[in-house]
Design a binder for this molecule. Structure first.
Ligand code: GDP
Length: 337
């Protein structure tokens, strides 16, 4: 049979290798998926150009998953919870991809999902894909590549995407900005130090899960009622949805089904109110602006003229002989030249 020149719409910008890659991703071939993600995560300019064309071709086939962000302090049980959730949804016939945004990896080159012993059982499932956080670049860069990775996974047919992050720094805002539902994991003693909890992060949460409820059931109940009493007076990010406080034991795989049901209710509620589409459209535009800011900054940082003049201008600003604004304008002019 004669192959048409453009078997898939939107693939004209792809070379033959990348067309095969695209078809492999759409057919959910693990090797193609791994290759596509490596391409997307590469910082090489030629790889980036190919990656952008690939993403553009994948975009119409993406968007079908529920995107769940999960955050919490180190040790709260995120990996254990995500594994329990993953096994639960796989059993229910779904396919899950687990991605990570790790602010520390941007600095240290490490990664939260780097340890292969984590999520061992889920990693063995053919219906699951686990990708550690990219380990180079700024938090903005890591977050951008995770978003792109999310699109690739969606186009490959994963219908549940979890993006995990550690509860420090600005990574939570970044993850909330790329997911439909944002989930905060807490320990049973969370209620005792509500003051210490970051209000802004609690306000991002659509669901709060008190994990390790098996260790301290009474404490978990107390934390649940304390959180439930403060939530009504806080602002929430999702109109028409009152955040829920749930309990779970990720280790014993208890109440994971209840969590998954609540995710389903959340999705239905968002779809009914139109918020689902509204949020995704707004996130796409935010993504564009993030990319512009990051690219401008990268161009600025890599400008030879800027690098040449920078030390002298910084010294002059420090000594007070040159106004900061004047120095800034000169540098911007140099970067643009
Ligand atoms: P993360 O740093 O947030 O990803 O936390 P981990 O998933 O690595 O869990 C940290 C420790 O807590 C591990 O030893 C887990 O076995 C344990 N853990 C996680 N969830 C539970 C739970 O629900 N109950 C109990 N008792 N231990 C748990």
């Amino acid at each position: 049979m004669k192959r048409s020149a453009d078997p898939l719409p939107g693939t004209a910008a792809l070379g033959p290798t990348d067309r095969d890659l695209l078809e492999g991703v759409l057919a959910a071939q693990p090797r193609a998926l791994a290759k596509a993600i490596t391409l997307v995560e590469s910082t090489r300019a030629d790889h980036q150009r190919r990656a952008q064309a690939l993403l553009q071709a994948l975009l119409p086939r993406a968007g079908g998953a529920i995107r769940i962000g999960i955050s919490g302090a180190p040790g709260v049980g995120k990996s254990t919870f995500v594994e329990a959730l993953g096994l639960h949804v796989v059993e229910a016939g779904h396919r899950i991809a687990v991605l990570a945004v790790d602010p520390s990896s941007a600095l240290s080159g490490g990664s939260i999902l780097g340890d292969k012993t984590r999520m061992e059982q889920l990693a063995r499932s053919t219906q699951a894909y686990i990708r550690p956080s990219p380990s180079a670049g700024t938090l903005g860069g890591v977050a951008a590549r995770t978003r792109e990775c999310l699109l690739v996974c969606e186009a490959a047919g994963f219908d549940v995407i979890v993006v995990e992050t550690v509860g420090v720094g600005q990574s939570e805002t970044a993850v909330a900005g790329m997911t439909d539902a944002f989930v905060l994991l807490q320990l049973p003693n969370a209620g005792d130090d509500l003051q210490a909890m970051k209000k802004g992060i609690v306000e991002l949460a659509d669901l709060i899960v008190i994990n390790k409820a098996d260790l301290d059931p009474q404490g978990a109940l107390r934390a649940q009622s304390q959180l439930e009493s403060v939530l009504p007076v806080l602002q929430h990010r999702t109109p028409g949805w009152a955040p829920k406080v749930l309990m779970a034991s990720a280790l014993q795989r208890q109440r994971i089904d209840e969590f998954w049901r609540q995710i389903g209710r959340f999705r239905e509620s968002m779809q009914a109110s139109g918020e689902f589409e509204t949020r995704r459209s707004a996130q796409a535009v935010d993504w564009m602006w993030d990319t512009i800011e990051r690219t401008l900054r990268e161009r600025f940082d890599s400008s030879a003229a800027v690098r040449r003049e920078l030390p002298a201008l910084v010294a002059a600003v420090r000594q007070g002989s040159l106004a900061a604004t004047v120095a800034a304008q000169r540098l911007l002019a140099l970067a643009g030249s």
